[in-house]
Design a protein around this ligand. Structure first.
Ligand SMILES: Cc1cc2nc3c(=O)[nH]c(=O)nc-3n(C[C@H](O)[C@H](O)[C@H](O)COP(=O)(O)OP(=O)(O)OC[C@H]3O[C@@H](n4cnc5c(N)ncnc54)[C@H](O)[C@@H]3O)c2cc1C
Length: 305
C-alpha cells in the first residue's frame, strides 16, 4: 500500500501533529510520501519524498487550490490511500479529495486492527471497525490517537508542485486568534485529572500540586468543568481533548465511556477512587482504593521529596 500523508502547516510553521501521520503510516506498514503546502514551507527531517508546493498563492488555506495540489501529489506518488489529521483542515479537505477521486472515506480513526480501522460512534459509547474495499481510500486520524515520540531524522527528497492558474471559488481573508487556552493537554507527557470525587472547587489545588510535582498538566472530567471548577481547556473526553500522555492519574473519576474515550490510550494509568468497583479500574494499570483527599497530598509529598 502507498500512502500520501497531508502535512499541516500554519503561519510559517509545520504543526507537530503532522508527525502523528508518520506513526499511523508505520502502523499500516505502508510506503509513505508527504505533501506539504505553504508559501515558505520547510519540510521535516525525514527520509522520504515530500511534494512541496510553495507558490505564494497557496501559503494560506484555500480548499480549491489545496485540493488540486493534493490530487497532483497523490497521482505522482501513486497513492492508494491519502491520510489527513481529523482537524478543521482535514474535515474540510478530506471529503473534497475523496469526492474528486471517487474514493471511500473513513473518518476519525483511533486505532488500526487486522481487519480495518477502528472509529468511535454513538458519542464514543461504541467503537466500530471499518474495512475499506479495494480502491482508493481517504482517511482522517484522530489527534492524539497515534502519539509521536520523535524526533525524526533524515533528508527528504523534494519534488516541487507548481501552482499555476490557481483559480479558486474562495479567497483567504485572514486568521483571528481563538481564545487563548491556558493548557495544551494533547502534548503533555503527564496528566493528573480531577473528577467529581474531588468534592469541591477549593480542593482542585490539591490535585494541581500533584500535577506540578510530577511535571505534568492538570486535566478534568466534564462535571468538574460544568461546575466551573476548571476551564474547558482542561477537559478530557469526547467533548474535551483526546490525550495520550505517558502517565495519566485519574483522581475521583468514575470512568464513564465519554471520559475513557479521551484518555485510554495513555501509556500508564493510575486511578484513585474510593470505590473498588469503579469502571475506571477496567482501564487502570493501578487502582488505588482510597479517599482522594487523603491519598493525593501524601502522594505529592512523596514525589516532592
Ligand atoms: C454527549 C456527552 C459527552 C460527554 N463528554 C464528556 C467528556 O468529554 N469528558 C468527561 O469526563 N465526561 C463527559 N461526559 C460525562 C460522562 O458521561 C460522565 O458523567 C463523567 O465523565 C463523570 O465524571 P466523573 O467521573 O468526574 O464523575 P462521577 O461519575 O460522578 O464519578 C465520581 C467518582 O469519584 C469517586 N469518588 C467520590 N468521592 C471520592 C473520594 N472522596 N475519593 C475518591 N474517589 C471518590 C466515586 O466513587 C466515583 O467513581 C459526557 C456525557 C455525554 C452525554
Amino acid at each position: 500500500m502507498k500512502t500520501l500523508l497531508v502535512c499541516e502547516y500554519r503561519e510559517g510553521k509545520l504543526l507537530d501533529s503532522t508527525y502523528e501521520l508518520l506513526v499511523f503510516a508505520d502502523r499500516l506498514g505502508a510506503e509513505r510520501a508527504m505533501v506539504l503546502i505553504g508559501s515558505d514551507a520547510a519540510p521535516p527531517a525525514w527520509d522520504g519524498t515530500v511534494y512541496l508546493a510553495d507558490a505564494a498563492t497557496c501559503g494560506e488555506y484555500n480548499p480549491d487550490v489545496h485540493k488540486r495540489i493534493i490530487l497532483d501529489a497523490a497521482r505522482r506518488a501513486e497513492a492508494d490511500c491519502i491520510v489527513f489529521l481529523h482537524s478543521s483542515y482535514g474535515w474540510d479537505l478530506a471529503p473534497r479529495v475523496a469526492a474528486a477521486l471517487r474514493a471511500g472515506q473513513v473518518s476519525e480513526i483511533v486505532d488500526v486492527v487486522d481487519n480495518g480501522f477502528v472509529v468511535g460512534c454513538c458519542n464514543a459509547k461504541m467503537r466500530r471497525t471499518v474495512t475499506p474495499k479495494s480502491g482508493k481510500t481517504v482517511l482522517t486520524i484522530q489527534a492524539g490517537a497515534f502519539s509521536f515520540q520523535g524526533p525524526t531524522q533524515g533528508t527528504p527528497r523534494l519534488e516541487r508542485i507548481e501552482v499555476e492558474g490557481a483559480a479558486s471559488l474562495q479567497e483567504f481573508a485572514g486568521y483571528e486568534p481563538a481564545e487563548k487556552k491556558d493548557v495544551d493537554l494533547t502534548r503533555a507527557e503527564v496528566i493528573v485529572s480531577a473528577g467529581r470525587g474531588v468534592g469541591k472547587k477549593e480542593n482542585i489545588p490539591v490535585i494541581e500540586t500533584l500535577a506540578k510535582a510530577l511535571g505534568g498538566e492538570l486535566g478534568a472530567s466534564r462535571p468538574v468543568v460544568d461546575a466551573g471548577w476548571l476551564e474547558h481547556s482542561h477537559q478530557v473526553g469526547t467533548t474535551g481533548q483526546t490525550v495520550a500522555p505517558r502517565l495519566y492519574v485519574a483522581c475521583g473519576i468514575s470512568g464513564a465511556i465519554q471520559h475513557l474515550a479521551g484518555m485510554k490510550k495513555s501509556g500508564f494509568i493510575v486511578a484513585i477512587n474510593k470505590d473498588k468497583d469503579a469502571p475506571i479500574g477496567e482501564v487502570a494499570d493501578v487502582l488505588v482504593v482510597a479517599d482522594v483527599m487523603q491519598f493525593v497530598p501524601a502522594f505529592s509529598a512523596r514525589v516532592q521529596k
